[in-house]
Ligand binder design. Structure first.
Ligand code: NDP
Ligand code: ZN
Length: 375
């Protein structure tokens, strides 16, 4: 009797597990299995498409410098196998029964956040990136809505996401170039608006890469006078062509002369060691410096607080991506104003090389992976 009962329980458990497994969504992507490993194909599953979820077939995924920091363990230990990618553009192939924002065939995007508690003061203000319980990141984060399974990112053929955290990409968008807006775009758009930059303001962008070249486009569009700082000669003409009034190669010390007390706003996207005070001193009194660049732990800059005090009422603040509402606003604004990243489209087999080139400063300006090339 006892034995029969156990068998019944086992049978029910197997049925339950296989039903659960059946509903999971098979996925394939490009993963790294160690910080110093190479990208390889990787098959895994995502949680089932719930009533409020959509399934997206990924067409393109951008390569953000944060992907490189994270998968290489620059900031913290990561879990492997690790599929990065939080600049995702694709097409909806399935919708849950409560979904109203999307229908099958629509374009949709995913940025860096796929969920948050929804109840804390920040979530209520649309600042899900600062959720008190912690946002669920698009990759390498325990998803507390799904048994804490570790999320896997967008260097993959598909993604399952709650409709609330998916962005609507208009039909008119250039799909090949739209994905990087989902992270690089909103990360720069957000502090520019937080600091209320306006026409004719004298402003600067430090670090003219994936994020920086979008910051320049937003600032030029606002009518601000933009100075660009980088460490190479290779991008001087690109910056001027994009509408910057000045380009400074910080490796040429003489180019730094005469810049003290100059800008009302500076955004730093620099992913390496540098001295933030150098830029603080270029602010006018009352000016604001937004820091979005997040170097590896061992390169994290420090600010000399005594010198900061002496620098007067010049403000420094940090900024992390943007909330979902603002991301949608940025996306609509960018597409309407034809603001897109300059991209190099690569096949999935080229991710290792692309990473090397981003680190060596050889990309203009964002790599985007064509997901149809996934084997
Ligand atoms: P990129 O590598 O595309 O761009 C970085 C740029 O900074 C490059 O042009 C690089 O020069 C330049 N640079 C490097 N060192 C210096 C220096 N000392 N002075 C001036 N310029 C310098 O990276 P991304 O734009 O993708 O990302 C930038 C940073 O922002 C990363 O740390 C990333 O993790 C972080 N990030 C933060 C987010 C947030 O929410 N706060 C969101 C997304 C990214 P070169 O051309 O020679 O390489
Ligand atoms: Zn990013």
């Amino acid at each position: 009797m006892k034995r029969t009962f156990s068998l019944v329980i086992l049978f029910v458990a197997v049925l339950f597990t296989s039903a659960f497994a059946q509903n999971r969504v098979p996925s394939k992507g490009m993963a790294k299995s160690a910080p110093d490993g190479h990208f390889h194909s990787y098959e895994f599953t995502r949680h089932a498409v719930g009533d409020n979820d959509i399934l997206i077939d990924i067409l393109y995924a951008g390569i953000c410098h944060s992907d490189i920091h994270m998968v290489n363990g620059d900031w913290a230990e990561a879990s492997y196998p690790f599929v990065p990618g939080h600049e995702i553009a694709g097409r909806v192939t399935k919708v849950g029964k409560n979904v109203t924002k999307f229908k099958v065939g629509d374009y949709a995007g995913i940025g860096c956040i796929i969920n948050s508690c929804g109840e804390c003061s920040y979530c209520k203000k649309g600042l899900e990136q600062y959720c008190e319980k912690g946002m669920v990141g698009t990759y390498n984060t325990p998803d507390y809505f799904h048994n804490n399974e570790i999320t896997q990112g967008g260097y993959a053929n598909n993604y399952v996401v709650s409709e609330k955290f998916a962005l609507k990409i208009p039909k008119t968008a250039d799909m090949k170039r739209v994905a990087p807006l989902l992270c690089a775009g909103v990360t720069t758009y957000s502090p520019i608006h937080f600091s209320k930059v306006k026409k004719n303001d004298s402003v600067a962008v430090a670090g003219y890469g994936g994020l920086g070249h979008l910051a320049v486009q937003y600032l030029v569009k606002l009518g601000a006078k933009v100075t660009v700082f980088d460490i190479t000669e290779d991008k001087r003409q690109d910056a001027l062509k994009m509408g910057a009034v000045k380009y400074v190669n910080v490796r040429n010390e003489n180019e730094l002369n005469g810049l003290k007390d100059n800008f009302t706003f500076i955004i730093s996207t620099i992913p390496a060691k540098y001295d933030p005070l150098m830029y603080v001193n270029m602010l006018k009194m009352g000016g604001e410096m937004a820091i979005v660049g997040m170097p590896a732990l061992e390169n994290t800059p420090t600010i000399n607080t005594t010198m900061l005090a002496m620098s007067g009422h010049r403000k420094v603040y940090g900024s992390l991506i943007g909330g979902i509402k603002e991301t949608q606003e940025m996306l609509d604004y960018s597409i309407k104003n034809n603001i897109y990243p300059l991209v190099e489209i690569i096949p999935a087999t080229e991710i290792d090389n692309a990473y090397r080139n981003v680190i060596d400063g050889k990309v203009k300006f964002r790599y985007v992976i064509d997901m149809s090339t996934l084997k």
